[in-house]
Design a protein around this ligand. Structure first.
Ligand code: ZN
Ligand code: FE
Length: 243
């Protein structure tokens, strides 16, 4: 038993991820910024929407959630800590909670940094991590609410997952992240190879994600810092980077 993952591009550069349980004809959707692309996929596949999973409270991740619940009577699951600024939750999640979809058990990971209530969802048997705006391919989320210490710990937690884990992040930021990453680690051959691939994929109009944790460990400078202080420094440089 497992699920297929389909990328749904939304807004400017967001990805919402549709998890499809083909055996049961069910769908779960992670971070629907908009409802319409999800509805289209539901019709196309002839599946039932069971649950909306929210990684964090930003509008570009929750914008379509209420509409979808109204239309499909699905549930909305998100962080208990952020209940006051999320759509009303049918299930309020805490760090370490077990969730399940398509017979696959998922683990809820609290990964504060980008926001304080940010969650990631890790399905070990599916080798799939949905990490919102905490970890991006070749980058990480801006520290809007959390501290460098929190983000450092969150990234370390994700970095400890198996290298084969597929990293389904919230945005197509890989090319600009990579241009910045090359200024931090100009001699990193894995990064150079990844950027060659990214350039090729983007030229063909294809997504650069999912990445894998192993590839991120080799090429993502934000996973390769030695301390919260170092992370804070390169995060600040990235905030000011134009490229
Ligand atoms: Zn965000
Ligand atoms: Fe976002």
């Amino acid at each position: 038993m497992s699920f297929e993952v389909i990328a749904l591009p939304m807004l400017q550069d967001n990805y919402s991820w549709a998890l499809i349980d083909h055996a049961q004809g069910k769908m779960a959707i992670v971070d629907p910024a908009e409802a319409a692309p999800v509805s289209q996929l539901i019709v196309q596949l002839g599946v039932t929407l069971a649950v909306v999973l929210l990684t964090h409270h930003h509008a570009d991740h929750i914008g379509g959630a209420e509409d979808l619940r109204r239309q499909y009577h699905c549930e909305i699951w998100g962080a208990a800590a952020d209940q006051y600024r999320l759509p009303s939750l049918d299930r309020a999640l805490h760090d370490g909670d077990a969730i399940a979809f398509a017979g696959v058990t998922g683990k809820v990971l609290a990964v504060p940094g980008h926001t304080v209530g940010h969650l990631a969802f890790y399905f070990a048997a599916a080798q799939a991590l949905f990490c919102g705006d905490t970890l991006f391919s070749l980058g990480c989320g801006r520290l809007f609410e959390g501290t460098p210490e929190q983000m450092f710990a969150s990234l370390a937690r994700l970095a400890a997952l198996p290298p084969a884990t597929r990293v389904f992040c919230g945005h197509e930021y890989t090319a600009s992240n990579g241009r910045f990453a090359l200024t931090v680690e100009p001699g990193n051959a894995d990064l150079a190879a990844r950027m060659a691939e990214v350039t090729h994929l983007r030229a063909a109009g294809l997504p650069t994600v999912p990445s894998t944790m192993g590839r991120e460990l080799a090429a993502n400078p934000f996973l390769r810092t030695a301390s919260p202080k170092e992370l804070a420094e390169i995060r600040k440089m990235k905030d000011n980077f134009r490229g």
